[in-house]
Design a binder for this molecule. Structure first.
Ligand code: ATP
Ligand code: DNN
Ligand code: MG
Length: 234
């Protein structure tokens, strides 16, 4: 058996990759593993603890390295004088998990081109040999058009498949930019908008989280989301 592998990247850090990863895990059919190749910032519990809390457990989680400083993995590893997590190491860990699970989700650190090692290794260098698609998480508001377009352009440049975008945190009171972005993100990036998780979703857990995850992810990602739910800009 070898399950599917999906990478989850973002337009940057703090855009909601962890919440989206947890939502994908919560709505997936079959066994799920979540791989966080490198977790930086040891003051926090770490993304996998967050994923376990939101999903209520029942999934496999694997963190390959934990670094003290809340920085890019390569920089944090260098400052500790420990070996970094290389793309090759990410590939072998993802392959091992895929041999035993129906779905492997790989959550990167920060945005797409964040360095993992000092030889220029990045998340795409692991996704390419695996032939894995890369989902892009973006913010809702002003600035998302540019950073989402740049991220998708880089994925195309590397011949990686991008199924689409998911907004990590859709505001309770969306402003004009957020409402317009729903319309313009697909045309500006050339990939569909495949969901939007409501602000506050990250504080939910178990069945409550699963219900919100289903409502916030498109059918192609295992949910029931309909872009029309966000409302058209006037
Ligand atoms: N839909 C949401 N509901 C509630 N909180 C959210 C949501 N999306 C993001 N957040 C909050 O915003 C912050 C950043 O989100 P998150 O940790 O998921 O970012 P990230 O993209 O995974 O960043 P990193 O690069 O550190 O992995 C967190 O404090 C998280 O709880
Ligand atoms: C610490 C933070 N939450 C992430 N884990 C790492 C983000 C690295 C971003 C590096 C950069 O793009 O400058
Ligand atoms: Mg995260």
């Amino acid at each position: 058996m070898s399950g599917d592998t999906l990478f989850v990247t973002g337009t940057g850090t703090d855009v909601g990759k962890t919440v989206v990863t947890a939502a994908l895990a919560a709505t997936a059919r079959g066994s799920v593993a979540v791989l966080k190749p490198a977790q930086t910032g040891s003051g926090e519990d770490g993304d996998l603890v967050e994923v376990e809390r939101m999903t209520g457990g029942g999934i496999t989680t694997l963190e390959l390295a934990r670094h003290r400083d809340p920085l890019a993995p390569a920089v944090a590893a260098r400052r500790e004088a420990v070996p970094p997590v290389t793309p090759a190491r990410i590939v072998s860990a993802a392959e091992e998990l895929a041999a035993a699970h129906d779905l492997v989700l790989v959550e990167g650190a920060g945005g797409l081109l964040v360095p993992y090692d000092d030889s220029g290794g990045t998340l795409p260098d692991a996704a390419v040999p695996l032939g894995a698609p890369v989902l892009v998480v973006c913010p809702a508001g002003l600035g998302a058009l540019n950073t989402a377009a740049l991220t998708v352009r880089e994925l195309r440049h590397r011949k990686l498949d991008c199924p689409g975008l998911v907004v990590g945190s859709w505001p309770t009171a969306p402003d004009l930019a957020a409402r317009c972005n729903v319309v313009d993100l697909p045309s500006v990036t050339g990939v569909p908008l495949l969901g939007a998780l409501p602000e506050g979703a990250g504080r939910l857990r178990d069945e409550e989280f699963r219900t919100v995850a289903r409502a916030g992810l498109a059918p192609s990602l295992g949910g029931e989301w309909d872009a029309a739910a966000l409302g058209a800009p006037s």
